[in-house]
Design a protein around this ligand. Structure first.
Ligand code: 2P0
Length: 354
């Protein structure tokens, strides 16, 4: 049949990223244009690998080991009929509802660009070495944009791929590239994209896993509420412009201390603005505060270590690869009961078979 004849498949892997200068708040909700530019490090170890196949019937009994395993798991799942013709399987489990809707809506963009209307089957695997709650929509939508566009027969430039990934999840536009990456806020679809920033420092991020439970409030809702109600939000945006200039200057001068200071200040300022929202967007837990103090103590002891935090209770620590294991051990000594894991810089999107 038509779907089978036109079925095309592609597989891509993307890695999570952690922002040093944060994205928090949209100027355009539909296009996902942010209120400010951001700067991030793509990490090794935390990745999503996604296979997209156009034509729903096309990969049943196919030669793809991941899809076969997922098929078996999905067959065990008691599922309701899907609302779209698309199928979504994440880590062996079939997803319906809002997750499928969000992904199907994203694939509608890809279909429109390619001039096709075939349903897709999406099979995704995440490598999260410890617990849950640290997986990211950034690696997920970067991998989906790459595999989905390639399977649709599109041949996007890296910038075009970054713009497409942005439509799935803002931070995903940065995971298209490896290492240090800047997302230019821009003012429309064409001008809002990420690109790599040359960096001679061998940066590393240490994740202190305070809690790996499901977060109470999504980034999307949390940032909307912060923009709409926090009296501190405009001040954070103002400071963010200067933070970005200082961060890029510190990178160019290979000044880790300056980069660490401005990154920590930007992240804590973002959380101050969140906490001032009404009602408060409060992601902190008691152990979050303990971790922030531990990072400060490790730094006072003479090691390079600066905190950053995202939309959750976990604390991440900026350091460099040469000091990362010593910093991690010092943190483990001070924070028994928290998993502490070192991540070095990771690669950008990689397609299977070129
Ligand atoms: C960042 N975060 O720069 C910031 C810091 C969380 C805190 O990007 O609504 O999942 O899909 O564009 O990308 C998380 O926001 O939000 C995020 P959407 P996304 O990494």
């Amino acid at each position: 049949d038509r779907a089978t004849r036109h079925a095309r498949r592609a597989t891509a892997t993307a890695h999570a990223n952690i922002a040093l200068i944060k994205y928090w708040g949209k100027a355009d909700e539909r296009l996902i244009i942010p209120r400010s530019s951001s700067l991030s490090l793509t990490l090794d170890g935390l990745s999503t690998t996604t296979t997209v196949t156009f034509g729903n019937d096309a990969c049943d009994g196919a030669d793809n080991g991941v899809a076969d395993g997922a098929d078996a798991a999905a067959a065990d799942t008691d599922t309701v009929a899907p609302t779209s013709g698309d199928t979504l399987i994440i880590d062996g489990r079939r997803h319906e509802g809002t997750a499928l809707q969000r992904v199907a809506k994203f694939m509608d963009l890809v279909r429109r660009m390619a001039g096709i209307d075939t349903p897709v089957r999406i099979v995704s695997r995440n490598t999260v070495p410890y617990g849950a709650g640290l997986a990211s929509s950034a690696s997920a939508f970067a991998a989906l944009a790459a595999a989905g566009s390639r399977a649709a027969g599109l041949d996007l430039s890296p910038r075009g791929l970054s713009r497409l990934a942005r439509r799935g999840s803002g931070s995903a536009c940065r995971s298209v590239f490896g290492g240090l990456v800047q997302w230019h806020a821009g003012h429309d679809d064409e001008s809002s994209y990420a690109e790599p920033v040359p960096c001679a420092m061998d940066l590393a991020i240490i994740v202190i896993a305070v809690s790996t439970g499901q977060k109470k409030l999504s980034s999307r809702s949390g940032m909307r509420r912060t923009v709409d109600t926090s009296p501190l939000y405009p001040a954070w945006i103002d400071a963010g412009e200067r933070d970005m200039r200082e961060a890029l200057d510190a990178v160019a001068r290979q000044d880790l201390e300056k980069l660490g200071e401005v990154s920590e200040a930007n992240a804590l300022g973002m959380h101050a603005a969140m906490i001032a929202a009404r009602p408060a967007v409060l992601y902190w837990m008691p152990q979050t505060v303990a971790a922030l103090h531990a990072v400060e103590a490790v730094r006072t002891s003479g090691l390079p270590a600066w905190s950053t935090m995202d939309a959750g209770p976990n604390v991440k620590v900026l350091t460099d690869a040469g000091h990362a294991q010593r910093v991690a051990q010092a943190l483990r000594d001070r924070l028994p009961g928290c998993a502490v894991q070192v991540h070095r810089r990771g690669p950008g999107v990689v397609m299977e078979n070129g």
